[in-house]
Design a protein around this ligand. Structure first.
Ligand SMILES: [Zn+2]
Length: 240
């Protein structure tokens, strides 16, 4: 009988983060990533285009910027070819590809863009594909995924690349990113996307968003995550 488990499975990655474009992760949840890697938790980014439809920056520049940004955040990075920038479609084959990455890396927590419609279409489509992928990664019978054993993640959270992408009605989980070293790393990772600053001062925009979320949480800066499933606690005391 053929053993399906790979010979040398990689060390599990606690945090796996998907982005549609080279700067989405840094802008949408870079402060949270900086806090996690500072705490010693590994993070891996999967970026699903090279930003080739953007007004500024060549795909080569965008890739180099993303690599530098990931390094600043202490994360590893890979690019995945799907349909290309501004062409992403929701297809079962894409969800299976993403599920295969989840199985290969075996994360506990997965982050993806929110599925709100009022934003770049690649963002919500990728969020939907990742949501499907986390489910498919669990199913034992999918022949395309037989290379790796099935895997159930602990939690899927969505992050909002911009304020338009924040879901209305659902209170977010707010993560305190106030420590200066976290803000410094996050800011540096956003500044690494220098080509995109010609369009708008995204660093100021994202810091302002984090300040507003921080005010809601009575801290200096916070970033928001939106859980896909109910969060489960053993007791109210765990809520601190
Ligand atoms: Zn984007």
């Amino acid at each position: 009988m053929t053993k399906l488990t790979p010979k040398s499975p990689r060390k599990p990655v606690p945090l796996l983060v998907f982005g549609a474009h080279p700067d989405d992760i840094e802008f949408g949840c870079g402060g949270i990533i900086a806090g996690e890697t500072k705490a010693g938790h590994a993070a891996h980014f999967v970026v699903c285009s090279r930003g080739e439809a953007g007004t500024n920056g060549t795909p080569q520049q965008r890739v180099a910027e993303a690599e530098r940004a990931a390094k600043i955040l202490g994360a590893t990075l890979e690019f995945l070819e799907l349909d290309g920038d501004a062409h992403l479609e929701i297809r079962a084959t894409h969800a299976i590809k993403l599920a295969s990455i989840i199985r290969r890396l075996r994360p506990s927590v997965v982050l993806a863009p929110t599925v709100e419609l009022n934003q770049h279409p690649d963002h919500w489509r990728l969020g939907q594909l990742v949501r499907d992928a986390t489910r498919l990664a669990r199913y034992g019978g999918l022949k395309e995924l037989k290379k790796f054993p099935s895997h159930k993640i602990t939690n899927l959270f969505f992050y909002a690349v911009s304020s338009d992408a924040e879901p209305s009605g659902a209170p977010p989980v707010l993560i305190d990113i106030s420590p200066p070293e976290i803000i410094k790393a996050w800011t540096g990772s956003m500044e690494a996307h220098a080509s995109q600053m010609k369009t708008r001062n995204y660093v100021e925009f994202q810091l302002a968003r984090a300040k507003v979320h921080g005010m809601r949480a009575s801290v200096k800066y916070a970033q928001a995550l939106y859980p896909n499933d109910s969060l489960v606690f053993e007791s109210l005391a765990q809520l601190g």
